[in-house]
Design a protein around this ligand. Structure first.
Ligand code: C5P
Length: 218
């Protein structure tokens, strides 16, 4: 069983990359952001407060990982609410538990999020930290919103990205940061194909090393 842990800030391209990598290796993929988003959506829909940890934990325990749908959960307000509730330690504990169960699936898994290499799967065989400059990430997110018929301006999107970074990197519990043994990939100057090639080379090198038979000393 192999686990590939992929972390990075919002709109760095880790979601698309994770899906492609999971497809290439025949592994199961979990976008852990969706688990936080699903709890956030439930709270928003039910007009429940975003800071009641007991309620959030109760909802987290009922979440079915198989049924999480990015199309339903992609709304900007849901992402914002997700990053607010993600500061609550007991909620994180409940979701991390479910994520770890997923990570044990055969023949292997790709999990992406903010704390996969540091907290959820610290023993993952491969850890990648995907990043890009805030302006580049904001530009990509802006294009995405416009292409899908939304209305916004670049300044607003950049402001949101910076706010989200601050919240995700500044929280006390499981802040976003690269694991010490993570491979850093800066996608500022790369398209998705180039990022995929770089990631694949890193993963292949690690996996090859793992399966090489131990040689007896000469
Ligand atoms: O990646 P995505 O934008 O879907 O994540 C939404 C929010 O969920 C993030 O901004 C972050 O606060 C939270 N999150 C987290 N840990 C993860 C994945 C997401 O705290 N592993």
């Amino acid at each position: 069983m192999t686990t590939i842990a992929i972390d990075g800030p919002a709109a760095a391209g880790k979601g698309t990359l994770s899906r492609l990598l999971a497809g290439a290796y025949g592994f199961h993929h979990l976008d852990t952001g969706l688990t936080y988003r699903a709890v956030a959506k439930y709270l928003l829909d039910a007009a429940l407060p975003l800071d009641d940890e007991d309620v959030a934990v109760e909802i987290a325990r009922t979440i079915e990982l198989a049924g999480l749908d990015r199309a339903v959960l992609s709304a900007h307000e849901i992402g914002e609410a997700a990053s607010r509730i993600a500061v609550m330690p007991e909620l994180r504990k409940a979701l991390v538990e479910a994520q770890r169960v997923f990570a044990r699936r055969q023949p292997g898994t790709v999990l992406d999020g903010r704390d996969i290499g540091t907290v959820v799967c610290p023993d993952a065989e491969v850890k990648l930290y995907i990043t890009a400059s805030p302006a580049i990430r904001a530009g990509r997110r802006y294009e995405e919103i416009i292409a899908t018929g939304g209305e916004t301006d670049f300044g607003t999107v950049l402001g949101d990205i910076l706010k989200r970074d601050e919240r995700d990197m500044g929280r006390a519990d499981s802040p976003l940061k690269p694991a010490e043994d993570a491979h850093l990939i800066d996608t500022s100057e790369m398209d998705i194909e180039a990022a995929f090639d770089v990631a694949r080379d890193i993963i292949d090198a690690v996996l090859e090393q793992d399966v090489l038979p131990l040689r007896a000393p000469d």
